[in-house]
Design a protein around this ligand. Structure first.
Ligand SMILES: [Zn+2]
Length: 188
């Protein structure tokens, strides 16, 4: 969060999302991304709800939360782009783009050493949709929100260390304009 605005968050406790299964690197990438979303749903009071396919081939503000592969080098493995209202901090939309130009993708439970696992990367990026930030500490490497990811690696489960101090993660969201704090424990 570069700017000194009010905290950015959803004003609802759910978001629908759409997927364009448009990488030719693997099959089942949509199902893999949905499984990642459902992994968050298991522990978070915020619900990601799959709404169907999209034909979008790039991110853009269109009132649809979308996951898709882009055919240009974004400079990252994958990126989350969100739009929000600066005055209130209300999130309006998030898109997740996977870099299909620079990297190879896999949905295999044993991803090849030259490929990124769709489900693992989606799990991390959807953490950004919940406004969790990247972690870069030496002790953060096993955590979902660790900011550097490796080819051939699987990180399909949520790490208990999302908030290292407490083994509890907190997702803030607003319901009916009242701030609600909800916590959920992540089992070891
Ligand atoms: Zn990240």
């Amino acid at each position: 969060m570069t700017f000194g605005f009010r905290e950015i968050q959803w004003f609802t406790n759910s978001a629908t999302y759409y997927i364009n299964e448009n990488t030719s690197d693997c099959v089942g990438e949509g199902a893999a991304a949905q499984t990642a979303a459902n992994t968050w749903n298991q522990y978070s009071p915020f619900v990601f709800s799959y709404a169907g396919t999209t034909s979008s081939v790039d991110y853009g503000s269109n009132d649809k939360n979308e996951l898709l592969w882009v055919n240009y080098n974004t400079g990252s493995i994958a990126s989350t782009i969100c739009w929000y209202w600066p005055e209130s901090g209300q999130l309006d939309e998030c898109d997740l783009i996977f870099n299909n130009a620079s990297y190879l993708w896999s949905t295999s439970s044993t991803p090849p050493a030259d490929r990124f696992d769709v489900q693992s990367i989606a799990l991390h990026e959807l953490g950004h949709w919940l406004k969790l930030l990247d972690l870069y500490g030496d002790n953060d490497q096993a955590k979902t929100m660790y900011g550097l990811k490796s080819r051939g690696a699987l990180q399909r489960s949520l790490s208990i260390g999302i908030f290292k101090e407490s083994n509890i993660f907190t997702i803030q969201f607003l319901t009916n304009n009242l701030l609600t704090l909800t916590t959920a424990e992540i089992p070891i």
